[in-house]
Design a protein around this ligand. Structure first.
Ligand SMILES: *Cc1c(COP(=O)(O)O)cnc(C)c1O
Length: 382
């Protein structure tokens, strides 16, 4: 275990294994409104806008809380409950979560329930919009870490642009690791997390929002804290959040942004994830495991594997055996198939992936699992 670069590896699809540098950035008690923090917070917001090619047309507004707080704040702020009707693309766990959030705040919703594969298409959206012309918004999850599917943005965005329907994207898992050109897509809002492809810690959400829509949203949100306009207006004036914010989390994010820049931005980060993901998927396939998705549909940030069809296999025992070896994995989030997930976002190198593969093999041996292949009928689930 001497090659372990971290005391424990968090291989969940966010939060995840952060670098020592990011953790060390939190060892300071800063005043929320110190000039130093004001400058750092502005730098983080600017970088998010820059990554989305949004300079001049989009704003990045932070909201205290987990990323889901950003989804709720976006709908509260950008849409009128009385006149809005949200089409939710539901083809995975986080599509369902989008619906739960929008339903909880009593917006009118319509579910577009789709299988995980084939991926959502422009025609799917066109059909749904034709069926109900009162739809004003489409909500779509980009990378659904529940299944690992990567939903294509452009075909959905193209239909929304053509119909004058506003598109809200949950890019919580993908932002920072995948190109999202906000003005080209014409998106209304994009929800972003610090603790996925940015490899920072949880505690704040960012909402990238079209400046025009944000400027026109004053007084709309029925919530005091989930109000992007108030947060933005206050921040533009003073430079800090409207109410106390997690300063340590923002310090970590400041360092994470530095590291993202130093790595070269989105493309090199995705290349590292893709190479780690390839190594993991190939390594476990060689050991008899099979993935839930074929490679063309999978996002290279998380791999979903079928549970082995062996009487000795038990997820909890597997989880514990992995944890004892320093690796925390995640159960699947599918009703259709029993699966487990291993995330490859985070401060991971190819050497780490090799250790993970060995730990899986050792854990299987410990459990007495000899057949790592899934039940035959499950292989075709994708
Ligand atoms: C992690 C994740 C979320 C949930 O984020 P929270 O920080 O737990 O609120 C939502 N959507 C996707 C796609 C995610 O990966």
């Amino acid at each position: 275990m001497s090659d372990m670069r971290h005391p424990q590896y968090l291989l969940t699809p966010g939060p995840l294994t952060t670098s020592r540098e990011v953790k060390e950035a939190m060892l300071f008690d800063k005043s929320p409104n110190s000039p130093e923090m004001v400058e750092m917070v502005q730098g983080i917001r600017d970088y998010i806008v820059e990554l989305a090619n949004g300079k001049g047309s989009y704003e990045a507004v932070p909201v205290q809380g987990s990323a889901t707080f950003g989804i709720e704040a976006a709908f509260h702020t950008l849409a009128d409950k009385a006149t809005s009707h949200v089409l939710i693309v539901e083809n995975g766990f986080y599509g369902m979560r989008l619906r739960q959030v929008v339903e909880a705040i009593r917006f009118k919703t319509t579910r577009l329930e789709l299988p995980v594969v084939p991926a959502v298409s422009g025609e799917d959206i066109e059909k749904a919009l034709d069926a109900d012309p009162t739809i004003t918004h489409v909500a779509l999850c980009h990378c659904d870490t529940g299944t690992g599917i990567l939903n294509p943005l452009e075909p959905v965005a193209a239909v929304c642009r053509a119909r004058g329907v506003k598109l809200v994207v949950d890019a919580i898992a993908s932002f920072g690791g995948f190109e999202i050109d906000a003005p080209a897509l014409g998106v209304e809002a994009v929800i972003i997390s610090p603790n996925k492809c940015f490899e920072s810690v949880p505690g704040v959400a960012f909402v990238l929002v079209r400046t025009e829509s944000l400027a026109a949203s004053e007084g709309r949100s029925p919530s005091y804290v989930l109000d992007l306009h108030s947060q933005w207006a206050f921040m533009e004036e003073k430079g800090w959040f409207r109410t106390t914010y997690p300063t340590h989390v923002m310090l970590a994010m400041g360092k994470a942004v530095e590291r993202h820049k130093a790595e070269g931005g989105i493309a090199p980060r995705q290349a590292r994830y893709r190479s780690n993901w390839r190594r993991l998927v190939d390594g476990l396939r060689q050991r008899g495991f099979s993935t839930f998705l074929d490679d063309d549909h999978a996002s290279p940030i998380i791999a979903t594997f079928h549970d082995p069809d062996d009487p000795a296999y038990d997820f909890l025992k597997f989880y514990e055996a992995m944890e004892r070896r320093g690796f925390v994995i995640f159960p699947g989030r599918l009703t259709a198939a029993s699966t487990f997930r291993i995330g490859v976002m985070g401060d991971l190198t190819d050497g780490d992936i090799s250790m993970i593969i060995n730990a899986v093999a050792d854990s299987m041996a410990e459990l007495g699992v000899t057949n790592t292949a899934p039940k035959a009928e499950r292989v075709v689930a994708a």
